[in-house]
Design a protein around this ligand. Sequence first.
Ligand SMILES: *[C@@H]1O[C@H](CO)[C@@H](O)[C@H](O)[C@H]1NC(C)=O
Ligand SMILES: *[C@@H]1O[C@H](CO)[C@@H](O)[C@H](O)[C@H]1NC(C)=O
Length: 748
Amino acid sequence: MAPAKYPLLLFLICFTITIPSNFIPVFSENKPIFACDISKNRGLRSLKFCDQSLDVKTRVADLVSRLTLEEKIGWMSSTSKGTSRLGIPDYQWWSEALHGVAGSPGTRFSSLVPGATSFPQTILTAATFNILTFEAIGKVVSTEARDMYNVGLTGLTFWAPNVNIFRDPRWGRGQETPGEDPALSSLYATAYVRGLQQRDDGDINRLKVAACCKHYTAYDLDFWKGIERYNFNAVVLNQVNGKPTCGDPDLLSGVIRGQWNLNGYIVSDCDSLEKMFSSQHYTKTPEETAALAVNSGMDLNCDHFISSNALAAVHRGLLNETSINRAISNNFATMMRLGFFDGDPSKQLYGNLGPKDICTEENQEFAREVARQGIVLLKNSENSLPLSPTAIKTLAVIGPNANATETMIGNYAGTPCRYTSPLEGLTESVPTIYDPGCINVFCKAARIDDAKRIAASEDAVVLFMGSDQSIERETVDRVDITLSGQQQLLVSEVAKVSKGPVILVIMSGGGMDVQFAKDDPKITSILWVGFPGEAGGAAISDIIFGYRSPSGTLPMTWYPQSYTKQVEMTNMNMRADPKTGYPGRTYRFYKGPTVFPFGHGLTYSEFSHNLVDAPKLVSVLLEEGHVCLSSKCKSIDALEETCKNLAFDIHLRVKNVGKMRASHTVLLFSSPPQVHNSPQKQLLGFEKLHLMPEEEGMVRFNVHVCKHLSLVDENGHRKIALGQYVLRVGSLTHFLNVGIRLYYHGNK
Ligand SMILES: *[C@@H]1O[C@H](CO)[C@@H](O)[C@H](O)[C@H]1NC(C)=O
Ligand SMILES: *[C@@H]1O[C@H](CO)[C@@H](O)[C@H](O)[C@H]1NC(C)=O
């Protein structure tokens, strides 16, 4: 529940992510790209913007004052045009680092750096519910990014993380996100961004690399039943309806810069201005589109729209130089903080890093550790897992994902250091017999007889099913959330004839309706492994053979297939509507049946929770004359002055009462009084503990009434509901009343 220490850089909505066909990367291997190279041009020494002893604002203002209008416009495109007369090279802003440095217009791999550490896809990292892990991944990724920058293979601006709420189980990009819960998503984002940006010398005015949160708002549909995100008008609140985000001054200047105090840059998604003009027809001319976006608060444009149209917009009086100066000042300030204008990077912090520091044993081992922490044990009847590596003489390994490599790294991935497939991982512990069962995850025609034959003869069976990028990805939403084709048939038939335990492993980004497997007594265990990254197979083997206990926790609801029939993907409402039968979205609002709920996850041990200390009553102090003091109110506004010091601690004792050392995720939920159609349940905080058998640990949650307990009413206003809250950790419940009291001046 730590507050965001550093403001997030914001990557804006928008619509597509196609690489412009005319883009030619500018790379000079072995040499990083930087400005103010005094060894080449001694005259630069006297220019203020190259002077590191001055503050960023002064340096930026100096630089902006030296540029012509055309040069300025060149710095509003992601493929920025350098200003060679001032010793400033071209710069490509677009690099990606969602879960490892990834191939992108600004980044490439070469013989010098053939790969980078590829962590699990974000959705599995989120399942670790471990803030230290989120930050540590960011730190490794930014170090490897700096290594690659030093040999001219990447820039310093990365468009990650993806923080959209995973609102619909069919969304192809749900895998990129930290799941469906806003508290988990924000804690993930702040930790990952801190890991990317924070320098080891603690200088908060400088950045190690620049992160960028995407996509701004109401963004969780790619391509579903013919509806494309390029033209989809997400109807959420009346402020958003019908307005392209890139042309919305309330969202860009009002919310991000105004309320959130962003001090970074705002970039449009790629092609979004083009779409705004030519397919949404929001503006009449391209110049109007360019002017509207910049005037609304966009600083940088991914694509060529601004570079082609901004000058004409100025000449027509639609756009002025003041707005352009604001935009490029934000862009330059980011580059200043990255050290881009500080001359030779080899003389600066991180300057001695290079290819030797990428894909280190330590980094690769950490990728394996993250996967171990994230893997979720969904079912384990009769403690069939872990398997004993000595008792199991041979293992049947079946399924289209059993020997997965590329599938394990999901999308927005780079080239990994190496792969350990599940088959390879398991074979390190016991002899295996492998049959893919189907040629691919679509599994149009399963080879059931071959699979049954090996299942019947071996001591245990592990089935690797699920999806890959051909089923769920950017531009591909699912229609069904069951296992594809004959996967289910294959699993059930194999289970029937198996003589030992049957372990079903689902490798996927989104949840799957595997109710059949949950109900089938022959299927003894189910694991969800997300897309587990380059070392995924090793981590899966570590869990299956009990070298580690699983401790992952689902960051999203697993819905039944019937949900896809009840809910249009285009309906953005979170809340249920009894009038239309709409069941609502996510564990906060959806009351219908689930296959597995948000927060589900078993371990090989058992944990007990005891409440040590928690208040029964919290009073909100109100000024004399407040209307709620004289008449009955169901809620009060969560205003800044009301919220001051309104926090309390919940103190718990957690004990490992099982037989195995294990990590355990402690989730604190609150069910608020039912006013304003409020969520039935919401996550207030979480903590991850690692305990030996019989060991006890203490957990203290600091709950802030306005930040954590408050809810948003039907009009988007933050309220504190008055009445009884039910707080829950595991099976433990605690009742808390939130009431009101008159505030006496000088008396407290
Ligand atoms: C420039 O344009 C912006 C946005 O339309 C406007 O707010 C501002 O007053 C203009 N500045 C000048 C100097 O004309
Ligand atoms: C597993 O996949 C790897 C990499 O694609 C391949 O080299 C290997 O032959 C596969 N193993 C089997 C048993 O098919």
